[in-house]
Design a binder for this molecule. Structure first.
Ligand code: KG4
Ligand code: ZN
Length: 338
């Protein structure tokens, strides 16, 4: 078809090597190789991460091409993550992308990882349901916690940020303390389903739309250490309730700020993106708050929440168009196969 536009996306900002092929916003393949080697260290080791990317990038590309049934010669654009991320990891993806674009004599575009998380909301979904501008994005990942007003495909205004740890980091660090492994978010999410939020931790009081999770993490660790003095088996005896309580505290902070921000700015469309947006309690809690406030809520499919190259490809597509769209409907009719 004449209006096909095939994009090869490459993501290598942290510990996931991912290559995707999309036709505009329609995902044809999205292969992710997660580096399990970091689990034993309780966090990502940068030097190991870049070596793993070097090992994985070619097989992941081959797999992505096979699944999409697209030939390298059919690719119209290469999009790669430029940052933020670990420099050694970013270099592997960007050098690979540049060599590929040079060899194929096709254009390439660099992509901002955080914008790409927001653009993941425009990846084609079954219900053809996408937010309209302006909308508010709660971008929650392992390294960032941001509230962003999105006025257009390439018009973002960051209005809130974390002052210290990110929400994902709070999950990961408390998980490590509990001896549960890395990444902590999905593990805590799972165990929480069997527990109740019976423990209370002191929450930070931060002005406006900024966040802070370092104090919460300290409060969690301090109160558990206190209990351990009385009962050395405290963690094992209460693991599900502890996970549920930790998750509850983190989610409460995120939801409270997001809803307040949307009310203050009179924005009625909210999206949550990034690894932590996969959290089941965050989705449930925001859903019910949005229902009460008559807001529309949007989130990506689970495999587009955590790092993936499909979001890099679609973000590269918006870069490439580099047009200012004021109305999503126009885009639906014309450029994208929404
Ligand atoms: O977006 P992402 O894959 O990488 C970064 O850009 O940082 O996010 C990774 C983060 C990790 O901190 C991980 O623990 C968290 O997302 N995460 C979750 C869940 N799945 C992943 N946090 C809470 N609940 C989940 N289900
Ligand atoms: Zn990410």
């Amino acid at each position: 078809m004449d209006d096909d536009f095939f994009i090869l996306g490459i993501e290598s900002s942290c510990d996931d090597t991912s290559v995707a092929i999309t036709n505009k916003n329609h995902v044809l393949s999205n292969i992710i190789s997660s580096q399990l080697v970091h689990n034993q260290y309780g966090g990502v080791v940068p030097e190991i991460a870049s070596r793993e990317h070097m090992k994985n990038i070619v097989p992941v590309l081959k797999n992505a091409l096979e699944v999409s049934k697209i030939d390298l010669n059919e690719i119209d654009l290469i999009a790669y993550t430029n940052g933020p991320g670990l420099s050694g990891s970013l270099i592997v993806g960007s050098s690979f992308a540049k060599s590929l674009a040079q060899t194929l004599s096709i254009p390439m575009t660099d992509v901002d990882h955080m914008k790409a998380h927001i653009h993941s909301i425009f990846l084609k979904n079954e219900r053809n349901r996408y937010p309209k501008f302006p909308f508010l994005s709660l971008t929650v990942s392992g390294g960032h916690t941001q509230l962003v007003v999105v006025n257009d495909f390439n018009d973002f205004k960051k209005i809130g940020n974390t002052l210290d740890d990110a929400a994902g980091e709070a999950f990961d660090k408390t998980s490590k303390f509990l001896g549960l492994g890395y990444p902590g978010g999905p593990i805590i999410d799972n165990l929480s389903k069997k527990g109740n939020p019976i423990f209370e931790f002191s929450k930070p009081k931060i002005k406006d739309y900024d966040f802070s999770f370092s104090g919460l993490k300290t409060s969690i660790i301090y109160s558990i250490k206190k209990e351990l003095k009385e009962n050395s088996k405290f963690i094992g005896d209460n693991i599900n309730d502890l996970c549920s309580s930790i998750q509850h505290s983190i989610v409460e902070i995120l939801v409270e700020k997001t809803i307040k921000c949307a009310i203050d700015l009179d924005i009625k469309q909210i999206c949550i993106v990034g690894g932590v947006s996969a959290n089941s309690h965050l989705r449930e809690k925001l859903k019910s708050e949005c229902l009460i406030n008559k807001f529309d809520l949007f989130y990506p499919k689970i495999n587009y929440c955590t790092d993936n190259a499909a979001m890099i490809a679609v973000s590269g597509y918006f870069n490439h168009l580099n047009k200012k769209f004021s109305d999503l409907d126009k885009v639906i009719d014309s450029r994208l196969s929404f």
